[in-house]
Each structure stands twice: as C-alpha cells, then as structure tokens.
Design a protein around this ligand. Structure first.
Ligand SMILES: *Cc1c(COP(=O)(O)O)cnc(C)c1O
Length: 488
C-alpha cells in the first residue's frame, strides 16, 4: 500500500483494473446502456476517473486530513472568522434521529418539534439583535447581506422611492460591496478616519435621496466599536436610508448591546461563527437576518409562526410574509447548523451568552497586551473580540513581513491569523483568539511570535519548514487551473 504518497492526487494513484467493490459475475443477460438511453445521452467513452481500491481512497483522504489544521487540532486565531471550538454535544444533539430523519416536505403537523425549534431560534435571534423580524433562510453571512438588501429594495419600491446607492466604509468585508452590487446597487466607499472609524463629515457629504443603505460592521473589522453609530444612524435615517449591521462580529457584543438599540435596521448573523456551527474548509454556513418590524413583511418566506390550538397547546405553522421577496434558499435554510446554534444558545442561556462575549473580549485584550511590544496595534491599546496588528515597522527595519510571520507560525503548530485584511492597516495581522482558548494557549502563541520576530529574515522568508508544501504560488491555482487528467 502506497500510504507514503498522501500528497499525490488520486489520479496519480490510479492503477488500471483496481476496484473498491468487487461484484459477483452477472447472472442475467446484460443490457447495453445504449439500449436503455437515447443515443445522445450516452458518452462515447467512459470518463477518465481513477481506478482505486478502498484502502487507497481511505488512506489518501485520512492522510490529507491530518495535514490540515482545524479548531479541533490547533489554535486558529483567524481574525473576522471566529474560529471558536465547537462543542461536541451540539453534534450529538443535531444527529438525533428525530431531527436528522425529518423530511422538509413533511406536513407541518408531523414536524411540530422542528418547527418549535426553528420558531424559538427566530425569537432568540430577534431578541439578541433587538430586531424582531427574522428569516432563517440565508445559507451564510454573504447571502444574508444580499437577502437584506433585496428586502430593502422591496421596501423602497413599495414606497415608490428610487434609491440606488449603498454606502460602506473602506474597512468593510469584501462581501458587503459584492452583495450590494449583486442586489443591483451602486457601491460608494467611504475612506473613514485615521483611526479606522466612520468619518461623520464624509458620510454626511455622501448622504442624499439616492442613499438606500449604509452598511457597517460593528464592532468594525479593526475590532473597535463604532461609538458614533446612534448619530450615524440618525443621519442616515434623516436622509431616508436604512442602516445595515454586518453581524459577523457579534461574538464581541452578544448580550451586552444590540444592533437594534444602536441604530441598525437590518443585520445578518453568522451562526457558524458566533454560535458554533462548524466551519472552515467549506462547511455549511447559516446567515439568518433580523430586521425592524416595518421591514418584516418583505422577508423571504416561509417563516415559522405560532398560534394557540385547542386545549391551549402551541401550534406551529408556516406563513408567507405579506410582501415577501420570495425564497432565497430551499426549505428553511441550513437546518443542521441552525439546530447546532439552537443547542448552543439554549446551553449557555442569556447570562452565558453575555459571558461568551465578555471572555472573547478579555482574551483578545490579553493577547493584544502581550504582543504589542513586537507587533504594534495602530488602533491603540484596547480592542473588542479581535485586533489588527501591523508588521509594517518590522518590514521597514528588518524586512520581515506579515506573510513571513503567518507562514512561520505553521511550524509552531498555530493556524495563521488573517493577513492583509482589513486593507486600511499595512502589513495587517488580524488576530481573533475567541473565548474558547486557555491562557496557556494564548501565552504559547505570544511566545511563538516573540521568537519568530527575533529570527533571521532570510530564514523566515523560506518558512514554513515542517509542512508538506512550503510556499505555493498564492494565485496560480486560481489563474491557471488544471482540470484535465490523462490516464497513463
Ligand atoms: C465572515 C464575514 C462575512 C461573510 O460571511 P460568510 O458567512 O462567510 O458568507 C461578512 N462580513 C464579515 C465582517 C465577516 O467576517
């Protein structure tokens, strides 16, 4: 068995005639495929798929999986992504047969338990947001943004208003302008203050009757709370626009303050970030949105409603909001992730959710304090759940870049922080430890960074040394993809 070859592709492990399943000889006369299907549906030759045994396949994938980093194997301080530990009890609960064996097209009477769960999830998310109208449908944060912008469009259309522009600060996540453009809006980027906050004068200068939505992440992508948000919201509202809060950073503020209380009209959650849906490496996401009551009639449908039936028992049913924009995803969204998020929220309870955020902020501030002597943090000495350090000085004085540090961290058994985002900080390292890390882990990470920045730049530029691949070309796979394989 060629188990030393885990870095080779399955196509390269191909061996003609090798099979995973060996079937007994057919004991009825075979019918050619061409006799069963119309001629143009039958390929002239078999597709060039690799021929492999079952152990070939299993060892290939298991070996590959051990060459990756995950929240279960490594500290993963990937800023903005909230890579917290996902408690295993949520996995166990989400795989209960009564939940996984439900079919989404079963009549509502047969899935009252699931509908109750989804209803309560709507209620909890509405409560945490301070925005009562909730749709669970969007499959990720980016789709939540897109959906909320369609809701805003429908709202303005219903009022006969033609508002064409979406404004956002330069520190915005790339999905914000992408969603706005996809929803048919013109994107206007605001530069912001030197400290990375929204500049009120600049905002004011852009606000007019073309303004549909102002999108802002709060806490922002520098890990700082936009303190002027109530005033910002007042001005956007005075111009007739809506305020969208990108809720990807909710891990900093849950149970402490609410987007609806500081001026937001709409927001999305990333259940897979804040409420421990497993993510990274393409796991399913969940991006519910919450909106003010006057926007709720435009939400995607169906939403789950509750009434009281005979003998006072609750009955759950599916309702279509009056002016619904329609579906944005099949059925009720990524229910498996919603169930995990539900278990997480019910496990923690209101006080626990608040402590989650307080500890996330505490951990980030601890790490900031331990790192700032070697990696300055331009925004200052305090942060919320994450902070953005800069390797600019190290680059100027010693030729060490953010990328060098990120790559070398892999040798120490740490996943790299987010690098070169947000764009407003040069040589950015965006570090988000999350609340699930111990002080020992944070100390070890900090020690590793101190050791790395003391190393010789010529050596760092060749790091990592312990990974199967060291420094692949960052963009070649995207720019010159190779899809073809020719069997040998
Ligand atoms: C992750 C993230 C998004 C996008 O969310 P997805 O669930 O990945 O689509 C948007 N904004 C910010 C600030 C984020 O961190």
């Amino acid at each position: 068995m060629r188990n030393t070859e885990a870095t080779r592709m399955l196509f390269e492990l191909h061996s003609p005639g090798r099979r995973a399943a060996l079937l007994p000889a057919c004991d009825v006369p075979p019918t050619p495929v061409a006799a069963l299907l119309p001629g143009d549906a039958v390929a002239e030759s078999a597709p060039p798929l690799p021929e492999l045994s079952e152990p070939d396949v299993i060892r290939h994938f298991i070996n590959l999986s051990t060459r990756n980093m995950s929240v279960d194997t490594h500290f993963y301080p990937l800023g903005s992504c909230t890579m917290k530990y996902n408690p295993k009890r949520n996995e166990r609960l989400a795989s209960l047969p009564g939940l996984v064996d439900l079919h989404p097209q079963q009549p509502a009477e047969q899935c009252q338990g699931m509908l109750e769960l989804l209803y309560e999830m709507q209620q909890m998310l509405g409560e945490i947001a301070g925005l009562p109208g909730v749709s669970l449908q969007p499959a990720a944060g980016a789709q939540g943004e897109f959906t909320a912008l369609l809701v805003a469009s429908a709202y303005f259309r219903s009022r006969g208003e033609q508002r064409t522009r979406v404004l956002f600060p330069a520190s915005a996540h790339g999905t914000n302008p992408a969603s706005a453009a996809l929803a048919g809006f013109e994107c206007v980027q605001l530069k912001g203050t030197a400290g990375g906050f929204v500049d009120l004068d600049e905002l004011q200068a852009q606000l007019d009757d073309r303004t549909a939505v102002f999108m802002v992440t709060n806490p922002n992508t520098l890990g700082m709370f936009e303190r002027d948000l109530p005033e910002i919201a007042r001005r956007v509202h005075a111009a007739g626009g809506l305020v969208y809060i990108d809720g990807a950073n909710m891990n900093a503020i849950c149970g402490i303050t609410r987007p609806g209380d500081f001026g937001g009209d709409m927001m999305h959650y990333n259940v897979h970030k804040t409420f421990t849906g497993p993510h990274g490496a393409g796991g399913p996401g969940s991006g519910p949105i919450a909106v003010r009551d006057f926007l709720a009639p435009f939400l995607p449908g169906p939403v789950v409603e509750r009434t009281t039936g005979r003998e006072g028992a609750a009955v759950y049913w599916l309702a279509q909001p009056e002016h619904s924009i329609g579906r944005v995803r099949s059925f009720f969204g990524n229910v498996g992730i919603l169930v995990r998020g539900y278990c997480y929220l019910r496990t923690l309870g209101p006080q626990g959710v608040r402590e989650m955020s307080e500890n996330a902020v505490l951990n980030a501030n601890y790490l900031l304090a331990r790192l700032k002597d070697v990696l300055p943090v331009p925004q200052g000495d305090r942060c919320l759940h994450e902070f953005v350090a800069s390797a600019q000085k190290l680059k100027e004085t010693r030729g060490i870049t953010a990328m060098d540090i990120a790559k070398r961290l892999l040798d120490f058994g740490f996943h790299a922080p987010t690098v070169y985002f947000p764009l407003v900080v040069p040589e950015a390292l965006m570090i988000e430890p999350t609340e699930t890390e111990s002080r020992e882990t944070l100390d070890a990470f900090s020690d590793a960074i101190h050791q790395i920045v003391a190393e010789a730049p010529e050596s760092l530029q060749r790091a990592p040394f312990s990974t199967p691949v060291s420094r692949p070309d960052d963009v070649r796979a995207a720019r010159q993809p190779v899809f073809q394989w020719t069997p040998t």
